[in-house]
Design a protein around this ligand. Structure first.
Ligand code: ADP
Ligand code: NA
Length: 342
C-alpha cells in the first residue's frame, strides 16, 4: 500500500476555544504523534477560506498569527508535520479552477452548511439571483482542492464537514473519469464525538461566532478566567450533580468537558457519581481546576510563542512549511496539467 498522507485545515479564527481543541486540534496532535514515520502530515491554516466572509484585514493577519502559535502550542511539531498557510501555496487556487471547470452547480447548491443558511431561508436556487457571493458559494471546490492537491489519503474532520469531503471525492472521481486516475479518493477520519456546548447557552455548540465571550473557554485563558467562566456557566436549580444531557444540558456539558480533560478515562456517569453530593459551586470549582490543569502547559507555550521574540521563529515555521507544501502540491499539479493538456 502507498504511504498515508493526512491533511486537515482550520480557519484562522484567532485563539482556538476548547471546542476547537477537543473537536479537532487535540486529534491532529495525536495523529501526528502516533503516525508511522512514512506518513506525511499536512496541517493548513486556510486563510483563503477566511476571506469568503467579510474580514477586517488587520484582524485576519492577527488571527493567522494566533492560530499558528496555537497549533504549535497544542503539540504540532513543525519538523514532523507540514504546517502552512494555504495562501502561501498557489497550487490550491490553481487546482480549484481546474476542478471548478467540472464541478456542477447542482452538487454545490446542496452544500448549504457553510452558507450558514437557516432552516427557513429561501432555497439556494432563489439566492443565486441575489448578492450571494461566488467565493462563498464555491467554497467546497476550494476545500476539495486543498485535500486533492496533496493527494491526501486521510482527512480528519468534524461531523459537520463530512459532506464536504464527500463532495471532494466526487470532484476526484469526475476528474479521474474524464482524464485518467490522478487523484486518491480521500477517506474521512471522523473526529471522536467531542461536541462541546456553549457555557451560557448549552443547547448550542460552543462557537467563536457567539456574542458572549463567557460562552467559551479559550486555550489561552488564565486560571482566573477559566474559574470565572465556569462559575457563570448556565446550569439549573436541581440540587446535586447528575448526568442527563436532555434534562440537564448545562451540568451535563460541564461533566462532559471534565470527562474529555481528565486523563484517567472516567466516564461521564462515573464523574457524576463522584460529584453527586457536591454543591454546584464546589462542582464548578472542580471542573475549572480540571480544565486549568490540562490547559496549563498549552497556555504557557502559547504565551511564549506569541511573544515578540518568537515572531522570527513563527515566520520560519510558516516559510519552511510553505516550501514543503509547495513541493507536495507541485508533484500533483504536474500530473494534473499533463492530464488536462495544459
Ligand atoms: P467555530 O464554530 O468556533 O467558528 P470552526 O467552525 O472554525 O469553529 O471549527 C473549527 C474546528 O473545530 C472544526 O473541526 C470543528 O468541527 C471543531 N469545532 C468547532 N466547534 C466545536 C465544538 N463546540 N465542539 C467540538 N468541536 C468543535
Ligand atoms: Na463555525
Amino acid at each position: 500500500a502507498s504511504p498515508q498522507v493526512i491533511f486537515s485545515g482550520i480557519q484562522p479564527t484567532g485563539v482556538p476555544h476548547i471546542g476547537n481543541y477537543l473537536g479537532a486540534l487535540q486529534q491532529w496532535a495525536k495523529l501526528q504523534n502516533e503516525a508511522s514515520p512514512k506518513t506525511t502530515l499536512l496541517f493548513s491554516i486556510v486563510d483563503l477560506h477566511a476571506i469568503t466572509v467579510n474580514q477586517n484585514p488587520r484582524q485576519l493577519r492577527n488571527a493567522c498569527h494566533q492560530m499558528l502559535a496555537a497549533l504549535l502550542a497544542v503539540g504540532l511539531d513543525s519538523k514532523r508535520s507540514i504546517i502552512f498557510f494555504q495562501s502561501d501555496v498557489d497550487a490550491h487556487e490553481k487546482l480549484m479552477w481546474i476542478l471548478s471547470c467540472r464541478a456542477q452547480m447542482g452538487n454545490l447548491s446542496r452544500m448549504t452548511h457553510k452558507l450558514n443558511l437557516s432552516d427557513n431561508a429561501p432555497p439556494v436556487e432563489a439566492l443565486l439571483n441575489t448578492e450571494l457571493e461566488l467565493g462563498l458559494y464555491s467554497y467546497p471546490v476550494l476545500q476539495a482542492a486543498d485535500v486533492l492537491v496533496h493527494r491526501a489519503t486521510h482527512v480528519p474532520v468534524g461531523h459537520d464537514q463530512a459532506q464536504h469531503l464527500e463532495f471532494a471525492r466526487k470532484c476526484a472521481r469526475t476528474f479521474n473519469h474524464r482524464y485518467g486516475t490522478i487523484f486518491q479518493l480521500p477517506e474521512t477520519i471522523l473526529s471522536p464525538a467531542k461536541r462541546v456546548m456553549s457555557l451560557t447557552q448549552p443547547h448550542l455548540k460552543m462557537s467563536k461566532s457567539h456574542q458572549d465571550p463567557r460562552s467559551r473557554i479559550l486555550i489561552s485563558d488564565s486560571t482566573e478566567e477559566i474559574a470565572q467562566k465556569v462559575k457563570t456557566a448556565l446550569t439549573d436549580s436541581v440540587s446535586g450533580v447528575s448526568y442527563d444531557p436532555v434534562k440537564r444540558p448545562g451540568v451535563s456539558n460541564l461533566i462532559e468537558i471534565m470527562h474529555h480533560f481528565r486523563a484517567d478515562g472516567a466516564s461521564c456517569k462515573d464523574i457524576a457519581r463522584d460529584c453527586e453530593n457536591l454543591t454546584m459551586r464546589a462542582f464548578k470549582e472542580q471542573v475549572a481546576k480540571c480544565i486549568d490543569e490540562h490547559l496549563f502547559e498549552i497556555r504557557q507555550r502559547y504565551e511564549e510563542l506569541m511573544g515578540k521574540e518568537k515572531e522570527g521563529y513563527l515566520r520560519e515555521v510558516a516559510e519552511s512549511g510553505a516550501v514543503r507544501a509547495r513541493e507536495s502540491a507541485a508533484e500533483t499539479m504536474h500530473l494534473v496539467r499533463d492530464a488536462v493538456g495544459l
